[in-house]
Design a protein around this ligand. Structure first.
Ligand SMILES: [Zn+2]
Length: 270
């Protein structure tokens, strides 16, 4: 990923999404906001324990830096599920403070309509951006371990093909910062939710202790997208671990649950 600063806010961007003037996207970082520790400083999560005034101010700073109207941003109360909403018009119930979400129960969005930014919020879960430049269709996805086990990123790609006539060979993917295998130990119950047995793939590896595995959510999403037909060369992994880089990104595990949220925001310019 590349990093850039605008109005004192630092953003990360996928290199493989840079060649399309009609598409904008950012992964936010912690920098440039107003929230105090442990939410310092650009916390975009409403139900984290941070004050609503701080979060609201952070969204205003974000809106100014990105030159987007918060009233048009689509987000949802996320539930670690695999449901995606295909967005064809701006939200009916606008959300100037996107903790008051227009939607509930969706962990991903797809749109082909310019002027409707899509947003998912994360703090260890994987933010995934998909884009098909010929059809000009994008998807943003929130993929924690449950969403990844349910194949939510692949489901997004399939919906782009089936409902938006996207060519799977032209879909690009950006797999953003999340907790890495270096910092993510899971037990047998989580390991069992991934179809391939541990040791037979590159994302679930046994640790020294019995029934303990390290889980690589970014690689799991990459493999699922390849199995869905995406070209490996069009998939960019960030390789950034949120827990190892908790100075830059919020990490739920790395900070023992007391932290904020960062966001993937993407849309088509009007
Ligand atoms: Zn790490």
């Amino acid at each position: 990923m590349d990093f850039m600063v605008k109005n004192d806010l630092e953003f990360a961007q996928f290199k493989n999404m840079s060649g399309f003037p009609e598409l904008f996207h950012v992964v936010t970082t912690r920098t440039g906001g107003v929230s105090p520790q442990p939410f310092s400083s650009l916390n975009l999560g409403g139900n984290t324990g941070d004050s609503e005034a701080h979060v609201r101010k952070n969204y205003q700073l974000l809106s100014r830096a990105l030159d987007i109207d918060l009233q048009t941003v689509v987000s949802s109360h996320q539930v670690h599920g695999t449901d995606l909403a295909i967005i064809t018009e701006a939200p009916l119930r606008s959300c100037p403070f996107p903790a008051a979400h227009a939607l509930d129960g969706y962990d991903g969005f797809i749109t082909a309509v310019p002027g409707i930014p899509l947003m998912v919020r994360v703090a260890d879960c994987v933010p995934v951006l998909l884009y098909e430049p010929d059809r000009k269709v994008l998807a943003v996805v929130h993929a924690g371990w449950k969403g990844t086990a349910g194949g939510i990123a692949s489901r997004a790609a399939v919906l782009m093909m089936e409902h938006c006539q996207c060519d799977v060979k032209k879909i690009r993917a950006g797999i953003g910062p999340s907790i890495g295998p270096c910092c993510y130990e899971v037990r047998q119950d989580v390991a069992d939710r991934f179809s391939n047995a541990a040791g037979k793939n590159r994302f679930l590896m046994p640790e020294a202790a019995e029934n303990v595995f390290s889980l690589d959510l970014q690689e799991a999403n990459r493999q699922q997208l390849i199995e869905s037909g995406l070209e490996p060369g069009l998939i960019e992994l960030s390789w950034l671990c949120t827990a190892c880089n908790s100075n830059l990104f919020f990490s739920h595990r790395g900070e023992k649950g007391k932290t904020g949220r960062f966001a993937l925001i993407a849309g088509l310019r009007c």
